[in-house]
Design a protein around this ligand. Structure first.
Ligand SMILES: NC(=O)c1ccc[n+]([C@@H]2O[C@H](COP(=O)([O-])OP(=O)(O)OC[C@H]3O[C@@H](n4cnc5c(N)ncnc54)[C@H](O)[C@@H]3O)[C@@H](O)[C@H]2O)c1
Length: 283
């Protein structure tokens, strides 16, 4: 928290929006939390409370104090109260462009708009707003509450001042910002998601089962979690959109999404967030 921002609006309170709301509130920011589905914000608030209470050294009083900094808001109009917006809605270009068009109708002329897209063009998302100079990519790695890195991505019209504030916000969250160019998947998703896609193809081709593929990459390549477990954590729908974005924009067959990935998304098996992906989740 600092002179650059006091109130942050988070648009999309799914996995990443929930984690970012918790981090930012813990750092002292006032948070406006919005989702297309209001009940999703209630779920987020309940999750945040549970995780705050479960944290070591946390007490009920501190948890309630942090929680009180987060306000549920029902409309994007409330963005007028914010200094900084982080959009963490579904990885879908049409949805993100609509959100940026709407936000730019309400925000003040100083408010900065960040998108947490994993793969989509910052320039294209920014073009939907009337303030592309104040739009920036802030790709928090998942899970956002534990991972250190944030890819900072400038669109064609992003100013130095906008980029600098995004970096300051990332640092104030305890993260390490690294600037990369606006290219499909940036660096992290471009390397990580094709590896996950290949692991899914290995299972589809019956070369090894799910647990074995994960074990091989954990014990054989020192990955903290296997690629299929990681796909479940990221969300299979997000993995599919990233592969489609890479495939469409880089025009190379090597990025073609696995048929199994497509089938699982069609079946609603999205990973941890839907209760089932490559593994079953009962919480
Ligand atoms: N999951 C990850 O590992 C990860 C990592 C880094 C970045 N991201 C990015 O963060 C974004 C969100 O991912 P997630 O995993 O949190 O997804 P999610 O599916 O858990 O949550 C997305 C949320 O957006 C909401 N939403 C959809 N349309 C909306 C709209 N028009 N207005 C407001 N809210 C809307 C949905 O209701 C949902 O609650 C995506 O762009 C994704 O690429 C995800």
């Amino acid at each position: 928290m600092g002179e650059w921002a006091n109130t942050i609006m988070i648009v999309g309170s799914g996995q990443t929006g929930t984690a970012l709301a918790r981090i930012a509130a813990s750092k002292g920011y006032s948070i406006l939390l919005h989702d297309l589905h209001p009940e999703q914000v209630d779920k987020s608030l309940a999750k945040i409370e549970t995780s705050l209470l479960a944290e070591e050294n946390s007490d009920t009083h501190l948890a309630q104090k942090i929680l009180a900094r987060i306000t549920k808001v029902g409309s994007l109009k409330e963005s007028v109260q914010s200094d900084f917006v982080i959009e963490t809605a579904t990885e879908n270009l049409t949805i993100k462009k609509q959100i940026f068009t709407t936000l730019s109708n309400y925000i003040t002329q100083d408010t900065i708009l960040a998108t947490n897209t994993s793969s989509l063009s910052i320039t294209e998302i920014a073009s939907a707003s009337d303030c592309p100079d104040r739009v920036v990519g802030m790709h928090f790695m998942s899970p956002a509450d534990t991972m250190q890195l944030v890819e900072i991505v400038r669109g064609a019209k992003t100013t130095d001042a906008t980029r600098n504030i995004a970096e300051k916000i990332a640092r104030s969250f305890g993260k390490e910002p690294v600037e990369v160019k606006d290219y499909p998947g940036f660096i992290c998703s471009r390397l990580l998601i094709p590896m996950i896609n290949e692991a899914i193809t290995c299972v589809f081709d019956d070369i090894a089962d799910i647990e074995t593929v994960d074990k091989i990459m954990q014990l054989g390549a020192s990955h903290p979690v296997g690629p299929l477990r990681l796909a479940d954590i990221i969300g299979l729908d997000t993995c599919l959109t990233v592969m489609e974005t890479l495939h469409r924009n880089l025009e190379n067959r090597k990025y073609r999404p696995s048929a199994l990935l497509r089938n699982m998304v069609k079946a609603g098996k999205l990973g941890r967030k839907s209760g089932e992906g490559f593994y079953i989740y009962n919480d």
